[in-house]
Design a protein around this ligand. Structure first.
Ligand code: NAG
Ligand code: NAG
Ligand code: NAG
Ligand code: NAG
Length: 394
């Protein structure tokens, strides 16, 4: 039996409570709110508290269902807010025609409320009314306007930036509207491929003690994850005799760099081949793992164990790679549509035709926006030169 002590906690609060319980705070929360302790303390004086505190027996399953519903609704609202932003951004961008001479004064997050030696407002700055707000950690914000941050190494008035800032002004009213519809929303922002970052509510940005703001939205994890679609990747490394010495060192480095580009949404494995296949991590024989930091570091360490010897039989490696990708797709855990094999080798490759003919049959279709009709694609990374082959061309 679960006893719920109701202390006029609003529903959203309850969801928050539940969510933070996942974060390991369940102990302190239950100590704070559990009926048993409270009742012990209150003891015989319980009657006095009766009006303020209600103790009821509840159905645990129903509680969990209810919480699940609340959470679902919460996430639904968030995703609706985001969809409205995406639609507004697409529409505004479509309507906008780039003008290289466009002049446009916007509120720059760093320059607002700054003055020069004579006390005049800075260009792209000006008076920007800010008020402390409880909902935003008591930071001073402006709930009717967003501000724009431009990375330090870029020119504030660069034509591409000014044009982007100009059309994305349309997002302002969507930000405000979203916040009115769902007051539990916190920050809303838009990161542009041009580098500027529009943030709502408006807030003043200050450089760190070295006088710099290192922030570039394009380097943030959320940006990279959104800008690239999830993928399943098998990295095939040639460890035949010809890869001895420097070439193997370069190959290790190359694999490590490829791993850098993969993120939490991706799955991968690294397979070395000569006349047979060697999993870099034998425990992960025949499957793919999530490209999180721990797994990537683990694989990087195992790369040191690679030895170059024997002859390279690419078809053996490719066959394994295709089978792993195919098996993994059946599990439904991967990206389902974007799969790739990356080949790191020093040799010219001409023996893969039959393997491709067998595994990448022509009616294989890609499900999401990409135009290319066939997946997986094959990327060949050769120490020294790089060339890309699309599987469909083979
Ligand atoms: C936001 O800033 C603008 C410009 O200073 C100001 O006119 C407006 O009243 C401010 N809005 C709020 C909600 O403070
Ligand atoms: C904000 O400030 C108020 C009054 O100063 C304080 O009671 C409240 O706890 C603060 N809220 C946050 C989130 O820091
Ligand atoms: C992978 O595991 C299977 C079954 O345990 C085994 O037969 C096969 O030799 C292993 N392959 C590699 C490359 O280690
Ligand atoms: C993965 O499996 C799904 C469902 O069976 C299929 O539609 C999709 O084409 C497969 N993707 C690849 C790359 O094989």
């Amino acid at each position: 039996n679960i006893y719920l002590v109701v202390l006029s906690i609003s529903q959203i609060h309850l969801v928050k409570l539940w969510a933070s319980a996942f974060g390991g705070e369940i102990k302190s929360i239950s100590a704070k709110y559990s009926g048993s302790q409270l009742l012990q303390k209150v003891g015989s004086k319980y009657k006095e508290f009766e009006r303020a505190v209600r103790v009821e027996e509840i159905d645990g399953l129903r509680l969990v269902k209810k919480l699940a519903e609340n959470m679902e609704e919460m996430f639904h609202k968030k995703s609706e807010a985001m969809k409205r932003l995406v639609e507004a951004a697409e529409e505004a961008h479509l309507q906008h025609e780039d003008d290289p001479d466009l002049q446009y004064e916007y509120f720059n997050a760093v320059l607002i409320n700054e003055v020069d030696e004579e006390g005049n407002s800075m260009e792209l700055g000006g008076d920007f009314l800010l008020q402390p707000n409880d909902h935003f950690n008591n930071l001073s914000v402006n709930l009717s306007l967003s501000v724009v941050q431009v990375p330090t190494n870029m020119y504030n008035k660069d034509s591409a930036i000014v044009n982007g800032v100009y059309w994305s002004e349309a997002l302002n009213k969507v930000f405000v509207d979203n916040f009115e519809r769902d007051p539990s929303l916190i920050w809303q922002y838009f990161g542009s491929a041009k580098g500027f970052f529009r943030q709502y509510p408006g807030i003043k940005w200050r450089p760190d003690e070295h006088g710099v703001i290192a922030f570039d939205c394009r380097n943030r994890k959320w940006y990279i994850q959104a800008a690239t679609s999830p993928k399943d990747v098998v990295i095939l490394v040639d460890v035949s005799g010809s890869m001895k010495g420097l070439r193997l060192t370069i190959a290790r480095q190359t694999v490590s760099s490829i791993l850098d580009t993969l993120g939490d949404d991706d799955f991968f494995n690294v397979i070395a081949y000569n006349d047979e296949v060697h999993y870099v991590e034998p425990c992960l024989n025949g499957t793919l793992v999530q490209a999180d930091v721990t797994n990537k570091d683990h694989f990087r360490m195992n790369l040191d164990k690679l030895l170059a010897k024997g002859i390279g039989m690419l078809d053996v490696g490719l066959t394994e790679a295709f089978e792993v990708l195919n098996d993994f797709n059946q599990t439904g855990r991967g990206s389902v549509c974007s799969q790739a094999i990356m080949l790191v080798t020093d040799g010219a490759v001409d023996t893969y035709d039959s393997v491709f003919a067998k595994y990448n049959w022509p009616d294989r279709k890609v499900c999401l926006p990409h135009e290319s009709p066939v997946s997986p694609s094959l990327l060949i990374v050769s120490p020294g030169s790089t060339s890309v082959f699309n599987g469909s061309a083979v």
